[in-house]
Design a binder for this molecule. Structure first.
Ligand code: IMP
Ligand code: ZN
Length: 344
């Protein structure tokens, strides 16, 4: 089997995927047809609205508005959730952590938004071979009161959906909002057993990065602008770094794939690294594609691919027995696929 197929068939773990950024073009077309009954030409035009060809972070954030319109109804939101999960399952993702920012509109409250996503997750897990957890996202460009509401909803629904709701994500435009203001809310989440995945060091902001590392987190989203000292601290605190190659290059926070911080952090064992897509719809990628890119750009061996997969399991927001099961499935795949070969 060639490497690309090996990677496509490989059981994969996706830990950093924003719901409204994670619909592939075909699924957006299906969603548009279901919601608006549009003809095929219009569908193609609509689906292209979401894809981001490249530019800066601000331009990228504008892209989400299109998807937010499509998921502003119960029907749209549930279908989008189903389609996004189906796309990951098709790519042989066996465990997925989706994250989304609860949104209020004329049709639903924030709590109803989350319940709709949860219902769709439960329904889709019965059909597809994939386990899905949900992180609720705090949008840093919004108020602390909104962030507190998000954490309260997670805590309220955690008992009913204890195997699905697993943590809190801190995201949104990194140029906006002040991290320090959100500390009490994030502390509340942590005290109540919600795990934390924070977008950290997505842009160059050393003071904020120090504050975030000091506060602590289980996983650091992006970690692009970490200094050596900060990386040492990340390592000491056993924080994993979620690397999103295509996302960073298309948003121009990293110049090119060769220059991606993945290389230094993974090769020099600076911290545990996990490969993720971020927004596979917006960036027109898949997790398989990210693995192929990483393999080709950084000359990774099959052992490296195994290590990356096991890192993802280790830092997933799930119980130890489930981690054990996931690791076994991954190891089994590598064993049967690589047995005839002596190395790599
Ligand atoms: P949603 O939370 O399901 O609506 O997913 C889209 C949202 O995720 C965006 O509006 C942003 O708030 C957030 N997001 C997606 N990609 C990024 C990123 O690269 N950095 C920070 N926030 C992001
Ligand atoms: Zn992200």
């Amino acid at each position: 089997m060639d490497t690309t197929n090996f990677i496509r068939m490989m059981p994969k773990i996706e830990l950093h995927a924003h719901l409204n950024g994670s619909l592939c073009t075909k699924s957006i077309e299906e969603l548009c047809e279901e919601l608006y009954g549009v003809n095929s030409n219009e569908k193609v035009l609509l689906s292209k609205e979401l894809v981001f060809d490249g530019g800066n972070l601000d331009q990228c954030f504008l892209k989400f508005r299109f998807m937010h319109e499509l998921t502003a109804t119960k029907k749209g939101l549930q279908l989008a959730t189903e389609l996004a999960i189906r796309d990951f399952a098709k790519d042989n993702v066996i465990y997925l952590e989706l994250r989304t920012t609860p949104k209020k509109n004329s049709e639903m409250s924030k709590e109803e938004y989350v319940k709709n996503v949860l219902e769709a997750i439960e329904r889709t897990m019965k059909i597809e071979s994939i386990h899905v957890s949900l992180l609720l996202s705090i949008d840093r460009s919004k108020s602390v009161a909104e962030a507190e509401e998000t954490v309260n909803i997670a805590l309220q629904l955690k008992n009913t959906y204890k195997d699905i709701i697993s943590g809190i994500d801190f995201s949104g435009n990194p140029k906006l909002g002040n991290f320090m203001h959100f500390i009490p809310v994030l502390e509340k989440a942590r005290k109540n057993d919600l795990k934390l995945a924070l977008h950290c060091a997505e842009i160059h902001n050393p003071a904020e990065i120090d504050q975030m590392i000091k506060f602590g987190m289980e996983r650091c989203g992006h970690g692009t602008f970490l200094s050596e000292l900060q990386l040492n601290e990340i390592y000491r605190r056993n924080i994993a770094i979620e690397c999103c190659l295509t996302s960073n290059v298309k948003c121009s926070t990293v110049k090119c794939y060769d220059d991606h911080h993945f290389k230094h952090i993974f090769n020099d064992k600076k911290a545990p690294v996990i490969l993720c897509t971020d927004d596979c719809g917006v960036f027109d990628t898949t997790l398989s594609n990210e693995f192929v890119l990483a393999k080709n750009t950084f000359n990774l061996t099959k052992n490296d691919l195994l290590q990356l997969s096991l890192n993802a399991v280790e830092f997933a927001f799930v119980h130890e027995h489930f981690k054990h099961d996931l690791k076994q499935r991954i190891r089994h795949y590598f064993k049967i696929q690589t047995e005839p070969e002596s190395k790599n």
